[in-house]
Design a protein around this ligand. Sequence first.
Ligand code: ADP
Ligand code: MG
Length: 686
Amino acid sequence: MSSVTSPTAKPGLTEKKLKSLGLEYDFDFVLHLPLRYEDETVIHKISQIYPGMSVQLEGVVTQVNASLKPRKQLIATFKDDTGQVSLRWLHFYPSQQKMLEKGGLIRIRGEVRGSSLWGFELIHPKLSRAGEALPQTLTPVYPTTEGLSQPSIRKAVTAALSRVQLDDSLPDAVLQKYNLPDFARSVQVLHNPPVGTDAFELTQKSHPAWLRIKFDELLAQQLALAAARAARQEKKAFSMSLQPGQLALALLKSLPFTLTGAQKKVIDEINHDLGQAYPMHRLLQGDVGSGKTIVAAMAAATVLENGYQVAIMAPTEILAEQHFLKMRQWFEPLGVKVSWLSGSLTAKLKQATTDEIANGVARLVIGTQALIQKNIEFHKLGLMIVDEQHRFGVGQRLSLSRKGEQLQQNRHMVPHQLNMSATPIPRSLAMTFLADLEVSVINELPPGRTPVKTKLFSDSRRDELLQHVRKEIQNGRQVYWVCPLVEESEALQLQTVVDTHARLQEELNDVRCSFLHGRMNAQEKAEVMAAFVKHELDLLVATTVIEVGVDVPNASLMIIEHAERFGLAQLHQLRGRVGRGQAASLCVLLYQKPLSQLASQRLKAMYETNDGFEISRRDLEQRGPGEFLGVRQSGLAMLRFADIEKDVQIVDQARAVAQELRIHYPDSVAKHLHRWMRGKEDYIRT
Ligand code: ADP
Ligand code: MG
């Protein structure tokens, strides 16, 4: 194993370049697999070649012409016994010209251009001596970086391959049972495919050698996730008694509605976890408007009744505040003190709340990221609920996972954690990236909702749209008008909101209208939001600050300006702000031409479906898993070779093998993880 851990000693510029590609240890080179291959194992005949073909020819140069006009170039005629092609150089040295003029048999390599009618040509072909031995393998072309040539990468890979032990990380019994190709052989084939290897299978990654590599990659991921899960189950959490549940019952009784079947089901799942002596790590998925908040409150009720504190954290101040108001309305009549913590509180208030959290007076605490700041110490935190969890960065998720841990009678206690998200994660992603997360799904909307209709309007129909706004407001409904993000400048964005508001106020003179954007202070925001909730406002012009969670059932019209600039998940979230009450709701996507292809696909998706899962699937398709999960920038381990959509069968197999290895072959587990996950330990921990 030392070969994996000792960096290859090769100082200098090349080493730096290699390192910038993530190539440092021998095994990094082993897994730096070619993008494609060139076939230099044969000499082609000019009579066989066609445009686009990569060819290698042997023949003689019969004519050389260096010209300066119309531009500087060097043109030569090259012949073999079946035909002729021209060679052309736009940059050349006198020495090259001399070599060509010397005549004699030479070997050239390059890509064919032109047509059979006007003649073929090779631009900047590579020259070498004729008659040299031909390679016996296809020539790999590696991913590389500026200033690092293919030959130097090849040399480094070959050197690493000769040093490293490629013994199999999997036991023979497993290889046989699952009919897996040999690892060493697979690696060798991919770096140096023997003459006759199916080039199509290689580039499509369907060659058995690729299957083995993809399998190993997915296996490593499954093993890492299983290790994370096992580590969590070793930790201790306060186990909640679920009887008699008076607080939960009282809360239920006070609601103006009854729970849907799906809500009851997920509450049962959560309660089951809360009864365990190790920390819950559960993701609650439910489309926008499916009623996740009351589920969170029911979980909180169980934990509060057991005498522990509960925290609810939301990504925006507006959403957190809304939760605070809701929870206060639900819990204070039942005798539970509900506290509020956010970065925008005055220092004095903040200190007071911080103290209450520390001494246990605060039982249910709602807030923003302020809740996971270092100075916040909980008295006895039993449950942390995170709303719209995907909105938080990885760093925040990490400090979250440590929050509230405490020593209790010499045991390290970890709070239970419930994450909520309206961005459903497709099965393929959940299986590969979130295996250490139990998932509950609310797959049913509360009764009586009419699905939101979606219309696409080009900008030119703005007048028609204003008519519609007026009518809706006359009917006693409320309207959101969303202005887009202005990437270049926040100031410009605020200006857009202010201008749009002024213009609409003028156009719709007697309508009660206000605006909301990220730069207003917390109190201003809260006041505007409260006025909208109380229906003292008819029209709210806003940025995406209202994107998540905002719940005003009387709002029935959502207008999104420049909808082409928004991402799919964002559009779906925004649309979810309407259709929350009994009235039929409409979402208008105003767009400006010309539309890029991706933008028109997004708008089409919005028009075609209301189903969050379907939207999510298409979003994943457009953006790829890294961006979808928001982990690209964090440098976390993403799959390099396997494709979670196409290789879903391999994922299943890898899961099965991971289980088997963990039970019967712990040494193989260690060896495999060491090979694949070096330097990614953080990922394993999150
Ligand atoms: P989300 O899942 O998007 O967070 P919310 O929890 O904000 O959804 O719920 C959306 C709306 O539906 C709220 O007004 C809430 O009071 C209401 N609601 C939740 N559950 C039910 C139910 N079972 N029956 C009727 N209305 C419900
Ligand atoms: Mg919500």
